[in-house]
Design a binder for this molecule. Structure first.
Ligand SMILES: *[C@@H]1O[C@H](CO)[C@@H](O)[C@H](O)[C@H]1NC(C)=O
Ligand SMILES: *[C@@H]1O[C@H](CO)[C@@H](O)[C@H](O)[C@H]1NC(C)=O
Ligand SMILES: *[C@@H]1O[C@H](CO)[C@@H](O)[C@H](O)[C@H]1NC(C)=O
Ligand SMILES: *[C@@H]1O[C@H](CO)[C@@H](O)[C@H](O)[C@H]1NC(C)=O
Ligand SMILES: *[C@@H]1O[C@H](CO)[C@@H](O)[C@H](O)[C@H]1NC(C)=O
Length: 526
């Protein structure tokens, strides 16, 4: 190569690294993707190149939709239908069985399901780390950062294999286990509720017992049931003894998908950034047909109802109970639902396969939002200041609704036992009783009053990590400590021993003196 050519190439490389970075993405196959996609789109707008690793079995993304990202397809020996079947089984369990089966049976079933997902994840992971050609190609591409969701392990392993900085975007892990144990996030069990416990930051004595036990049980479950195989796998792949948790702990920055309008105040670390609601936007005009239906509601306004993208169909019994309740409301109702049309559907209710949820929630006629309590939907309601009726189904949804209830912006119902009257009362309450609307508006104001918008902050930190090749200066030294050093148990043990020895010597001295005195007085008496 001539000197000139080298100079040009060098110049191009330098210019390239200035004008835009290269981001590699390890996605998760469900509603988590929606949130990540927003960040990725913004990165593209700012001139970065985004490449998404896409296993051939993923359902949401198949690489054929017109997205402004590059896709690196990964062939895996799992079919889309196998993936769909595994997901269906998981959802069926969480909707209908988790809270109905006896505790041990439910636990056993849950572990079975998680194992199945672990197996799928492992197979996908094999498809990448054992594919030398793919790894070489990725390495040669010179990515600046890998963005992953720790819900599905293996992103951290790829980052390690490729030798590039890792960043996470995460809503929560069970019991905050990943953030606490791997990220070093402090979580005093006295006032930070464990996830999936439905507790708030104000706990009674018995609730604190429950909270502490939740943490302990989830720690044990993760360490001994869910992570055991991964530790071995990671050690094998990386060729040195390590653990999943240690590898996850190398994440430079954790982007958490909540904010203080949603979270209870709690301690956090400088490499944790709270960017909840980054996907929310001002409402756009509605499609004509929907706008006409909304306007026809008159002064009563509308109620928006969605149980999320994962709930396709309900049983006939449940859907009729719900439809009957909706028919008794004075408002018009827009219901996102893909199942069979319920017979009890009233003339004020329309069913849609899909609704422009954010635009509807931002409509001035919207009075209430009936939601399953997914974080994305809750954030849209917070953004627009709409009170909620929560019907949580699974995962973090009970927690999310518990947060909104504690902040006075929601009423909660139990999906499996709710009656027609319950739903009618709940919707009337959040609409008639103005405290719910006021609380929702208060949260909305807090959400909008931030120095830098959440999306801009998320993108800033990704660019920061690309510019500085990491963010080691934000990394707490806790990562170098063992669990007993972290809690100062070794120091306490030493101090206790000293105190015990001092106490022992003191007691011995006293006894010696007493005996001496005793002898002296005895002698005197004699
Ligand atoms: C990819 O997904 C889109 C919509 O999600 C769908 O219309 C299309 O048929 C899918 N293509 C393949 C090859 O699966
Ligand atoms: C996991 O996958 C392997 C094949 O890759 C299979 O032999 C094994 O039975 C699977 N385990 C479970 C629990 O599904
Ligand atoms: C939902 O629909 C699927 C088929 O589309 C069916 O197998 C399943 O039983 C339905 N679930 C309920 C609760 O009706
Ligand atoms: C609440 O409002 C509805 C109409 O929106 C009305 O029918 C109902 O009587 C009200 N309930 C109370 C307790 O004010
Ligand atoms: C409105 O709701 C709040 C909070 O649940 C409650 O304290 C208050 O008594 C309610 N007001 C009326 C008029 O029902």
């Amino acid at each position: 190569m001539s000197g000139k050519k080298v100079a040009v190439l060098w110049l191009l490389a330098v210019l390239g690294s200035v004008s835009g970075g290269k981001v590699l993405v390890w996605p998760v196959d469900n509603s988590h993707w929606l949130n990540m996609e927003f960040i990725l789109r913004e990165l593209v707008v700012r001139g970065h190149e985004v490449t998404v690793l896409l296993p051939s079995c993923f359902l949401i993304l198949n690489g054929t939709e017109p997205l402004p990202f590059q896709f690196e397809m990964v062939e895996v020996p799992i079919s889309k239908s196998e993936m769909a079947a595994a997901m269906d089984e998981g959802f069926y369990f969480w909707f209908y069985e988790e809270r109905r089966l006896p505790f041990w049976e439910s636990l056993k079933k849950m572990i079975d399901i998680l194992r199945k997902f672990e197996n799928i994840t492992r197979t996908i992971c094999d498809g990448i780390v054992k594919n030398k050609v793919l790894l070489e190609r990725l390495r040669a591409s010179g990515f600046d950062v890998l963005l992953a969701d720790p819900l599905m392990p293996s992103g951290e392993l790829f980052a390690e294999k490729l030798g590039i900085p890792l960043m996470y975007t995460i809503r929560f892990s069970m019991g905050n286990t990943v953030e606490r144990l791997c990220g070093g996030l402090p979580a005093p069990p006295s006032y930070v509720p464990a996830s999936l416990s439905s507790l708030t930051d104000k706990m009674t004595y018995t609730q604190r017992i429950k909270n502490m036990l939740s943490y302990a049980l989830q720690d044990l479950a993760y360490h001994y049931i869910l992570w055991g195989h991964w530790n071995q796998y990671y050690s094998d792949i990386l060729g040195r003894p390590t653990t999943l948790c240690e590898t996850m702990g190398k994440a430079e920055i954790w982007l958490i998908r909540t904010y203080w309008d949603f979270e209870f105040p709690r301690p956090f670390l400088p490499n944790f950034e709270f960017v909840g609601g980054l996907h929310c936007q001002p409402a756009k005009p509605l499609p004509k047909e929907i706008e006409e239906f909304v306007q026809s509601s008159g002064e009563h306004g509308i109620v928006v109802f969605s149980l999320g993208s994962m709930v396709y169909n309900l049983t006939d019994e449940r859907s009729n109970v719900i439809a009957k309740a909706l028919s008794q409301l004075p408002q018009n109702v827009l219901w996102r639902y893909k199942g069979k049309k319920p017979e009890a559907l009233g003339s004020n209710t329309r069913i849609y396969d899909w609704i422009p949820q954010n635009d509807l929630l931002g409509h001035p006629l919207t009075k209430a939002f009936i939601t399953h309590g997914g974080t994305n939907g809750i954030y849209e309601a917070i953004y627009h200041g709409v009170p909620m009726v929560g019907i949580p189904m699974f995962a973090d949804q009970h927690d999310n609704i518990a947060h909104m209830r504690a902040k006075g912006a929601a009423v909660e119902l139990d999906f499996s036992t709710l009656t027609t009257q319950d739903l009618v009362d709940a919707v009337n309450t959040v609409i008639n009783n103005s405290t719910y609307k006021e609380s929702a508006l208060k949260l909305s104001k807090i959400h909008h009053d931030q120095p830098i918008k959440p999306l801009d902050r998320a993108v800033f930190w990704i660019e920061f990590v690309m510019r500085h090749k990491g963010a080691k200066h934000l990394r707490p030294a806790a990562h170098h400590l063992t669990w007993y050093q972290y809690h100062c148990l070794d120091v306490l043990a030493f101090l206790f021993t000293c105190a015990a020895i001092a106490g022992f010597i003191l007691v011995k001295c006293c006894m010696f003196c007493c005996r001496k005195c005793g002898r002296v007085t005895k002698k005197k008496k004699e």
